[in-house]
Design a protein around this ligand. Structure first.
Ligand code: TRP
Ligand code: SF4
Length: 328
């Protein structure tokens, strides 16, 4: 059964392997099966980055390039920029009338992020309203499925509550969105922690070969394997997770065996993983390079997507106004 899928991504810089394997590959599958709306959530970025807006424009461009390079297809999915569809904000305003502040304050990420990002003042109206904007983002398309990571599930729960409240007050109008939990990405950063921009351990889709080689050669290995003659345990080795992702079954078996018997050294092992990763990234990087020569085409794709999204958003917003008894 076809269901409307909506999801967004904050533009905070280029995308890395974690985004690709953890999020985008799932979107690629969804776009073949459902009507999909994928947008760059630039207003969401402002909720925490309102004082650092200079990277925003470039981030938006880079992310759209990454999306197209991995195979998100404007013929299949509606790819757009949130701020080009102001109906999201209009619906947020309307929903804000019936959303108790306490509901927003008890969203776990609200207090957590405020604690975490102590360097900036997040006692703002915009930051508190973040999950409400997210609710409007999905409700404006009558989203049924919202692919998100575990960290976003609480937001979706709130969205469902707000939609129920709206429907209770004004009659069945909006659809309750359901989160589609994306499997946790198995890709680790080069330091063995979760791949994340803020840890400085990421391999970017747009990264050049030399830079990837350097990072891969510096990747953490089984810490217990100190000397070349020490046997290693691939299961305790972050580098091995790259083999699991990018090497053939035969290579994986061979490394597994030769690591445990100290037949292969980490330097050689890393080289193999790195070459396989580069091979894997090649088609994405080629497509990305071609597209980055055609900036105006990429811009046009985004704008056409925004126009398409806006039509649907307008129609749904009209229903909302009607339900509320406002003529518009
Ligand atoms: N809050 C999401 C994140 O940080 C991004 C986002 C904004 C989103 N609006 C959305 C995700 C709507 C799904 C649906 O990852
Ligand atoms: Fe890791 Fe490979 Fe070294 Fe074994 S040989 S510890 S799998 S890098």
């Amino acid at each position: 059964m076809k269901k409307t899928v909506v999801s967004g991504m904050r533009p905070t810089g280029r995308l890395h392997l974690g985004h690709y394997l953890g999020v985008l590959k799932n979107w690629l599958k969804l776009q073949d099966e459902h009507p999909c709306y994928f947008f760059i959530a630039d207003w969401h970025a402002l909720t925490t980055e309102y004082a650092n807006t200079e990277i925003l424009k470039d981030s938006v461009e880079q992310i759209m390039l990454d999306w197209l390079a991995v195979g998100l297809d404007p013929e299949k999915s509606t790819l757009f920029l949130q701020s080009q569809v102001p109906e999201h904000a209009e619906l947020q305003l309307l929903l804000g009338m019936m959303t108790p502040i306490s509901w927003l304050e008890r969203v776990p990420s609200y207090k957590e992020l405020k604690q975490e990002l102590k360097d900036r003042d997040l006692s703002t109206y915009g930051f508190l309203g973040y999950p409400l904007l997210q609710t409007a983002d999905v409700a404006i398309y009558q989203a049924e499925l919202v692919p998100v990571g575990q960290d976003q599930v609480a937001h979706l729960e709130l969205s469902r509550e707000i939609v129920r409240r709206f429907n209770h007050l004004y009659g069945e109008t909006l659809k309750e969105p359901q989160s589609l939990l994306t499997e946790e990405a198995k890709v680790l950063g080069t330091d063995g922690r979760k791949m994340s921009k803020s840890y400085n351990n990421s391999i970017y889709l747009s990264e050049d070969e030399d830079s990837i080689r350097k990072k891969m050669m510096a990747c953490l290995t089984d810490p217990a394997r100190v000397r070349r003659t020490d046997p290693g345990d691939p299961e305790l080795c972050p580098l091995f997770s790259y083999h699991k992702l990018f090497s053939s079954g035969d290579t994986i078996d061979q490394i597994n065996e030769e690591c445990r018997s100290a037949k292969i050294g980490c330097v050689d092992c890393k080289k193999i993983a790195c070459e396989n990763l580069l091979q894997y990234l090649k088609p994405i990087q080629q497509k990305r390079a071609e597209l980055s020569e055609k900036k105006s085409l990429v811009k046009a794709i985004m704008e056409a997507g925004s126009v398409k999204a806006k039509k649907i958003a307008e129609a749904n917003l009209r229903k909302v106004y009607q339900a509320m008894g406002l003529t518009n």
